[in-house]
Design a protein around this ligand. Structure first.
Ligand code: TTP
Ligand code: MG
Length: 576
């Protein structure tokens, strides 16, 4: 909790304000008692004893005190609210940022074991829980403690015999609230589970509306939603029954203390053992003592949830980053790549490779083909150190990539990945992602190379068209061309195209191929593709099969041999 530690000063200040607010909040019953005291005893009153003989003047003093008390109470209320809320927001912000920053640094292997939903829950719900506790719970705890101490002290000072009566229901209320809290907590958990089920069903149906309609399954789906909705309704009903009974039950316990005080205190006042003023204070203040206690259960619940959430976030922050960067850099990357006897497996999966060796010469254009799931994308991930091999080495210009600074390694590779992600922003911003300081002319050039100029000009706002949320307003082929433009702009010594043209038509692909050929002249280029025509012109083509390079050679050599490549070629050209 280093986050909170750095705010220690503000926490103390906020706590002081909370306590002071409560302290002054408890003063009015005492002032009322003093007023009654003045009316009943006149010159003999408490204030009279202090030296102000005239009862009329005593009221001036009381009124001034009341004004001061109310102003103090309001001031401290303002300060504690501002302090705690800002503290809560600051802690939430810091925790969210350290969680996000840490997640971003974690290795891809770790991500493959997580669900996006789960991570979102940590960064939203769990981080918010801490905010909720700091915002309300901390103040509640402090104020209940203040109330018990101040009210207890006042009562025992005025009339210990009566004070005891007010204290009797305290354990009943506290224990009762806790038991109640636990029971209602279970019920609300069920309500939340049911609403989650209902939501995911609704969500699923809305996004699958085409499927529902095409199978004319509307009635079946209405029935399914109805069932989920009714379950939710029932869960709520049972929570409502219990939750509505809480306040009336607690009121009974408080009623006991209140009437006992009224009665015993009243008798004592009649017998002259208790002054009228003191009697008024006791009657007024009993309720002030007992009601706040009913919130304790809720506050502890808030506390427990905040702690559970914080533990989850801290566990996340404790996760090893996995990929530790080296400290070597290469002044000018030539682009020699070597995979030497590499073995790799995703967690709890069959190995993708057990001993793969592949050399790519600087300046060469290498095609990689292989059936789906063969491990082509994974190979590029190893090169970029998104994952580390279990054994063996990946080398760039003769240096193990694990010894290189990530900036140097990843900075020298421009990747067009199989799953293009566009970020919220304009078309231009998205291309600039490759090199934010590029000039307009360079952006245009790379769009030209990526055959993207025509469609960009046809967009409603041209270069400034917003393409947020995974670029859903663009077609698959348009997105791919933006991704290519982005990689071209990066102008790195190594260019990796992973199924980069799979979604464009044949004509556009042919044009793109010509551009890529020009680009590949002075850099190492790796082209991964299922469509063999895409890799046909590569210097060499590697066939990845069953975790190893089964064939290697130029297109014409591979077609002549009777391996997997020639079979695939026949299938794709229709000659089989
Ligand atoms: P990939 O390297 O993604 O296979 P590929 O790129 O050759 O396939 P495609 O042509 O379809 O793009 O995956 C290799 C194997 O690793 C595959 O069996 C799936 C598995 N895998 C995981 O278990 N976890 C992961 O996170 C990924 C990316 C792959
Ligand atoms: Mg792939």
């Amino acid at each position: 909790m280093s986050q909170l530690r750095s705010h220690r000063g503000r926490i103390i200040l906020a706590s002081v304000c909370s306590v002071m607010n409560k302290f002054w909040d408890l003063a009015p019953p005492v002032l009322i008692g003093m007023a009654v005291d003045v009316v009943a005893l006149r010159e003999e009153s408490f204030l009279g004893d202090l030296g102000w003989a005239n009862p009329r003047e005593q009221f001036y003093i009381l009124v001034s005190l009341t004004v001061v008390v109310w102003i103090l109470e309001s001031l401290f209320e303002y300060f504690y609210a501002v302090l705690w809320r800002n503290l809560a927001q600051a802690a939430q912000h810091e925790l969210r940022m350290s969680a996000y920053t840490h997640i971003q640094d974690l290795e891809m292997r770790w991500f493959s074991q997580q669900t996006t939903g789960g991570l979102m829950a940590i960064m939203n719900d769990d981080v918010n829980q801490l905010e909720r506790f700091l915002d309300q719970g901390a103040t509640d705890l402090l104020q209940v403690a203040t109330t018990v101490i101040v009210v207890g002290a006042i009562m025992f000072m005025i009339a210990p015999e009566v004070a005891i009566l007010a204290v009797i229901p305290v354990p009943i209320i506290v224990i009762g609230s806790f038991i109640f809290q636990r029971r209602i907590g279970e019920k609300y958990t069920r309500v939340r589970e049911e609403v989650a089920d209902l939501n995911s069903l609704l969500n699923n149906n809305l996004s699958g509306i085409t499927t529902i309609k095409s199978f004319t399954a509307e009635e079946r789906e209405v029935a399914r939603v109805k069932e989920a909705s009714v379950t939710y309704l029932e869960a709520n009903k049972s929570a409502i029954r219990l939750s509505a009974s809480f306040v009336p039950l607690i009121r009974m316990a408080i009623l006991f203390a209140f009437t006992a005080n009224m009665l015993v205190g009243g008798w004592m006042a009649l017998d002259g053992k208790l002054s009228i003023g003191a009697y008024s204070v006791i009657v007024f203040i009993t309720q002030r003592l007992l009601w706040p206690l009913t919130r304790l259960g809720q506050t502890f619940d808030l506390y427990q949830r905040a702690m559970a959430s914080t533990t989850r976030v801290l566990d996340l922050l404790d996760t090893d980053i996995g990929i530790v960067e080296g400290d070597r850099t290469i002044d000018s990357v030539k682009g020699d790549i070597e995979f030497r006897d590499v073995a790799f497996a995703y967690p709890s999966r069959e190995p993708v490779y057990t001993g793969l060796t592949l050399k790519i010469k600087s300046g060469e254009t290498l095609g990689i083909v292989g059936s789906t799931g063969a491990g082509k994308t994974t190979l590029m991930n190893l090169l970029m150190r998104l994952n580390d091999p279990l054994s063996g080495k990946v080398m760039l210009d003769g240096i193990d990539v694990s010894e290189l600074k990530l900036d140097c390694l990843r900075g020298s590779i421009a990747l067009v990945s199989q799953n293009t992600t566009l970020f919220p922003g304009s078309v231009k911003d998205n291309i600039l992602y490759g090199r934010p300081d590029a000039t307009d002319e360079e952006v245009m050039n790379s769009a030209e190379v990526a055959e993207a100029m025509d469609f960009i000009h046809n967009l409603p706002d041209g270069w400034d068209t917003e393409v947020g949320e995974d670029g859903h307003r663009l077609s698959g082929g348009q997105r791919q061309r933006l991704a290519i433009a982005r990689a071209v702009l990066k102008d790195a010594p190594i260019l990796v195209l992973d199924e980069a043209t799979s979604n464009v038509d044949n004509e556009t692909e042919a044009a793109l191929q010509r551009s890529i050929e020009k680009l590949s002249l002075n850099r190492t280029t790796i082209i991964i593709a299922h469509r063999l025509s895409t890799v046909r012109n590569a210097t060499r083509i590697a066939v990845l099969d069953a975790g190893e390079i089964s064939e290697m050679g130029s297109h014409s050599e591979l077609v002549k041999s009777s391996g997997l490549y020639s079979r695939l070629w026949k299938v794709q050209t229709g000659a089989a």
